[in-house]
Design a protein around this ligand. Structure first.
Ligand code: PMP
Ligand code: GLU
Length: 400
């Protein structure tokens, strides 16, 4: 008789795999098989990790920094995160408010697990980054997806937030600069949302992992700085993955009130122990070393943004919002989809499948981000690669 003892738990049954990582794996497999694939699916800087950061990791290995560390991170890194955040935002933060984790994705998991109770509602504006809804569900809570419109630059309007709050609403999740839309809220827009969070006593998770990737000379504003006392209800999530091109090193963090940080440190001490000791030393070098590498990568991303936005805007029927930060173009393909219906292409997923099959370009379907009728393109690729990808997308739109 076949054993059923290892059937998966109920909480796993509705869990979707990460669509961004799935598409990246698919594109990599096609490439390995010899296909000429332009992969603009996953959001990961294409630059090598800066040399001085790699050197710090080598020194950490040679210096024997290869053992367990405190579960919430080495004191130098917690101190460096706090000092860097205070320097950039003006808000005083202590090392005890910082918990270092295995990437910002792990930090998000920690927050949801440590704060949310069964049945709590979390307001998540759509389009949202793929992992939010799944991680909230894993914690036993309910993501309440709140649609935003391209006409509003995909920004959550205060009236829409106010209308969505129920007695069960516990938390608001914000991501600016946004993955997947590249949209950056202004301080006034965030302030209006902060007022509602205060009025309804909501916790706020502010995903600021793209906080240093902002274009046109603007600066991203950190959510807790917007109103007095807001830091007591906000968890900032960030990390080195995007700013320093360190996605594989797996270092992210939370900045939260101390009692919650302590709880998340305890959780981590049972679940994973410390994040990689070597990566932590590399992250110290990233935060405390020369910052020209950040400016250099930002300038390259801005140039790519200009190229991609201009080329996409010129395509018939394609609409994109103002891309103020991060490295994504999230475009509306409802009109081209309407024209392709006769050919059997009706959804963003089918559109992406056909684009990959006919033109060997990998993008991610908007449905993965809760926004059917759209697709996401990462522009963290060289201008030459982007130009070929854009030519192929244009050819696909012409021929269907
Ligand atoms: N938040 C957002 C909005 C992201 O785009 C990413 C990218 N993966 C993460 C969190 C997670 O980052 P990390 O790679 O550090 O886990
Ligand atoms: N954040 C990136 C993306 O959205 C990396 C992949 C992931 O972690 O989902 O493509």
């Amino acid at each position: 008789m076949e054993s059923t003892s290892l059937h998966t738990a109920r909480r796993m049954r509705a869990l979707e795999p990460s669509a961004t990582l799935a598409m990246a794996a698919r594109a990599a497999a096609l490439k390995a098989a010899g296909a000429d694939v332009i992969d603009l699916s996953v959001g990961e800087p294409d630059f090598p990790t800066p040399e001085h950061i790699c050197r710090a990791a080598e020194e950490a290995i040679r210096g024997g920094k290869t053992k367990y560390t405190p579960a919430a991170g080495i004191p130098q890194l917690r101190q460096a995160v706090a000092a860097d955040y205070t320097r950039r935002t003006g808000l005083a933060v202590s090392p005890g408010q910082v918990v270092v984790s295995n990437g910002a994705k792990h930090s998000l998991h920690n927050v949801f697990t440590a704060v949310l109770d069964e049945g709590d509602e979390v307001i998540v504006p759509t389009p949202y980054w793929v992992s939010y809804a799944e991680l909230i569900k894993l914690a036993g809570a309910k993501p309440v997806l709140l649609e935003t419109r391209i006409e509003d630059d995909f920004k959550l309007r205060p009236e829409a937030l106010r209308a969505a709050v129920t007695p069960r609403t516990r938390m608001l999740l914000l991501c600016s600069p946004s993955n997947p839309t590249g949209v950056v809220y202004t301080p006034d827009e965030l302030g209006a949302l902060a007022d509602i969070a205060i009025e309804h006593d909501l916790a706020v998770v502010s995903d600021e992992i793209y906080d240093q990737l902002v274009y046109d000379g603007r600066e991203s504003v950190s959510f807790p700085t917007l109103r007095p006392g807001l830091a007591d209800r906000t968890v900032v999530v960030a990390g080195v993955s995007k700013t320093y091109s360190m996605t594989g090193w797996r270092i992210g963090w939370t900045i939260a009130p101390e009692p919650l940080s302590k709880a998340m440190g305890n959780l981590q001490s049972q679940e994973t122990s410390n994040p990689c000791s070597i990566s932590q030393h590399a992250a110290v070098a990233a935060l405390t070393g020369p910052q020209e590498c950040v400016a250099r990568m930002l300038a390259a991303f801005e140039q790519r943004r200009d190229l991609v936005a201009a080329r996409l805007r010129a395509l018939p029927g394609v609409r994109i919002p103002e891309i103020g930060g991060a490295f994504y173009a999230f475009f509306d393909i409802r009109e081209p989809l309407g024209r392709m219906k006769a050919g059997g292409i009706e959804t963003s997923m089918q559109w992406c499948e056909a684009l990959l099959e006919r033109q060997q370009v990998a993008l991610v379907a908007g449905s993965a981000f809760g926004a059917e009728g759209h697709v996401r393109m990462s522009f963290a690729a060289s201008e030459a690669t982007l130009a070929i990808g854009l030519d192929r997308i244009a050819a696909f739109l012409q021929t269907g």
